[in-house]
Design a protein around this ligand. Structure first.
Ligand SMILES: [Zn+2]
Length: 419
């Protein structure tokens, strides 16, 4: 998008929660083009930047825009279409049946609808996995900051892995930010993982790991519904029956245990020996938990505190609407809190701001309100409550005000602007 040196403003709010020190009462943020240039008390900021347009949000709290660390906008149109199934494998069969009815136009509409919904709920950055990277060039510039992860599966076409990766690299080029997502150990071959890792150190990587009991059963025990399903597709099953999914993932050649590049979705199913492995790991990867999707499937409980104490960076994501009801990270934070009431609302809020910024290697540009950072901000109503972060997490409406890359955007018209 074009940057304009002319675009300057001061945004005032009753309180500014910077995630960079204590919240500032009667606070203000000065913005120039796409950057935050000043943060402080309103009288001081307005004196330093006198003459600039002032937007007064009134009785609101100004926040860094939220960051969704894991979702699949491809499937926005599948909301409510797939009921809970008896097994995870049955759910995969059900979503495959629904997907077979969709055309590229349906997916494009679904992705656009997803962007609009995410934005409505205050998401300004999204890590979006797409099974159709070839559609990226057909879409208008996304209205929020987007990392496109090409989601790759070669279980049905193991001889075409190299071709698949080459074509994903080509298709992803029009995206400003992109990475690769070999889908999961049961659908993506070792070669596919390796090819994605070879795409360059700057390329972010994400995958689904240790999500379901059936995945654990398949790899550790060499049995169960997912084992049978994958075997029926002709998948070579010689990596099953010995190791847990985490052991298999970390045991790959190339020192995956030493890499901080991976953003791991799920990590629900871990054995005690898996926790020992995580403790010994030198570089800790990033983990995305999707509380409502997790509850939909009834996975084993996510051990967030234990993982956090081991040094893993815990983020939240919505996952897709094929297993969730909305793209609201506020609802995700509340669902997380229901399971972990002892974790402070401020720590939970970090899981949708500071933590995912770090997972996307944007810890110096996103997730906080700090001079030099990108001007991605949202405003939500705030009464003078003492528990500011409790109030933030409890917010269940649509955001009143949003600016992405320094551009204030209309919530109603998703295509009005792009990043
Ligand atoms: Zn996912």
């Amino acid at each position: 998008m074009p940057e304009s040196g002319e675009r300057r403003m001061i945004v005032r709010a009753r309180v500014v929660a910077t995630m960079d020190g204590a919240p500032i009462e009667n606070g203000a943020v000065a913005i120039s083009a796409d950057r935050i240039v000043d943060v402080g008390k309103f009288p001081e900021v307005s004196a330093r930047y006198s003459g600039q347009a002032i937007i007064d949000l009134g009785e609101q709290v100004l926040l860094p825009g939220l960051i969704n660390a894991h979702c699949h906008l491809d499937y926005t149109c599948l909301r409510g279409r797939i009921p809970r199934q008896k097994s995870f494998s049955d759910w995969i069969r059900a979503i495959n049946a629904e997907k077979s009815k969709l055309s590229p136009q349906n997916y494009i509409a679904s992705i656009k609808e997803g962007f609009a919904e995410a934005k409505k709920f205050g998401t300004t950055t999204i890590a979006n996995l797409t099974a159709f990277p070839e559609l990226i060039r057909q879409l208008p510039g996304p209205p929020i900051r987007t990392w496109w992860f090409a989601e790759l599966i070669d279980v049905r076409s193991p001889t075409r892995t190299n071709e698949l990766v080459d074509s994903a690299i080509e298709s992803s080029k029009p995206a400003q930010n992109y990475g690769f997502a070999p889908h999961a150990l049961f659908t993506a071959s070792k070669n596919l993982y390796q090819r994605c890792e070879e795409a360059g150190n700057d390329v972010l990587l994400t995958t689904h790991l240790a999500e379901s009991r059936e995945e654990m059963e398949m790899f550790r025990d060499g049995s169960g519904p997912l084992y049978e399903f994958m075997k029926s597709l002709g998948r070579p099953m010689d990596d099953c029956g010995n190791q847990t999914p985490l052991e298999l993932f970390l045991g790959a050649p190339g020192g995956r245990a030493l890499s901080k590049r991976w953003i791991i979705a799920h990590l629900n199913e871990l054995t005690e020996s898996d926790f020992d492995l995580l403790e010994k790991m030198k570089a800790k990867f990033h983990v995305v938990h999707s509380p409502r999707s997790h509850d939909f499937f009834g996975h084993s409980s996510f051990q967030s505190e234990r993982l956090r104490r081991l040094g893993l960076n815990i983020c939240l994501g919505t996952d897709s609407l094929a297993s969730n009801e909305s793209l609201s990270l506020f609802a995700e934070m509340r669902a997380f809190q229901r399971g972990e009431p002892e974790i402070s609302p401020e720590k939970v809020f970090e899981m949708v701001t500071v933590n995912p910024a770090s997972a996307l290697r944007q810890q110096n540009t996103l997730g906080r309100i700090r001079p030099g950072f990108r001007a991605d901000l949202i405003g939500i109503p705030s009464r003078q409550g003492r528990d500011l972060f409790g109030e933030i997490v409890a917010f269940d409406g649509e955001v009143d005000w949003i600016t992405v890359n320094g551009r204030t955007q209309s919530i109603q018209s998703p295509a009005a602007d792009s990043v």
